[in-house]
Design a protein around this ligand. Structure first.
Ligand code: DX5
Ligand code: ZN
Length: 222
């Protein structure tokens, strides 16, 4: 499994999204943070906007839904062609039914947990998902500090998934940078979201390549 780098467009310039999507063409997926001002305090955008991002992006979309009632809204993101749709366990009424629906539509189904949510709450439903997102900050805002205390949970989840024969991807999101990506890769992450570390860099392409290289090196060592 190679290290995937998914820049978060939350740190892009929303008035220049076409330019800023073009700038991450060498990355793997564009990470799109949907926030509803209920599940998280912040507010971003919804399906209409993401549909335009989908039409404009040179790389597939990895949609991260930080919203209430994903049971109702998540399928719409799969329908507009997002390659991957991740919703929060804390917000979903019926995560299994929703995962099946997303897969039926043709998207990869992802599930996310906040730093305070136990990894064990996912053990029995791991099979239903293509991607598990272990949040490494409290969801809601870019530019926060990485929480290393989430690493034991990630490590245990990866071990449990492999024990159950799951080959789900393990994503980390929040505070991922040159100085934190190795810890996450060592703990078993293979998919890395980075907002400020990519868009805040002097050279975006070099930043993406640098993150990928560090993650690969760390996962080979572990
Ligand atoms: C935070 C979002 C992240 C955010 C990450 O709730 O889910 O995707 O954009 O930003 P950085 O990489 O700056 O922490
Ligand atoms: Zn995110």
């Amino acid at each position: 499994m190679p290290a995937l780098i998914n820049p978060s467009i939350l740190s892009a310039d929303f008035a220049n999204l076409e330019r800023d999507l073009g700038a991450i063409a060498t990355a793997d997926y564009a990470h799109v943070d949907v926030m509803d001002n209920h599940f998280v305090p912040n507010l971003t955008f919804g399906t209409q906007m993401v549909e335009r991002v989908q039409a404009t992006s040179p790389i597939p979309l990895d949609v991260h839904l930080m919203i209430d009632d994903p049971d109702r809204w998540a399928p719409g993101y799969a329908e507009i062609g997002a390659a991957s749709v991740t919703f929060h366990l804390e917000a979903a009424a019926d995560p299994i039914a929703l995962a099946r629906r997303l897969r039926d539509i043709g998207a990869r189904a992802g599930i996310a947990i906040k730093p305070g949510t136990a990894g064990e709450s996912l053990y029995d439903i791991l099979d239903e998902f293509d991607q598990i997102l272990v949040m490494t900050v409290e969801p809601g805002f870019g530019g926060q500090g990485f929480m290393p205390e989430t690493m034991p949970k990630l490590r245990a989840l990866v071990a449990e998934a492999r024990r159950r024969g799951s080959n789900a991807w393990f994503q980390v999101d929040g505070g991922i940078s040159d100085s934190t990506i190795s810890q996450a890769a060592e703990a078993g992450a293979d998919t890395f979201v980075a907002g400020s570390a990519v868009y805040g860099a002097e050279n975006i392409e070099t930043a993406i390549a640098g993150l990928r290289e560090r993650a690969r090196a760390a996962s080979l060592e572990s």
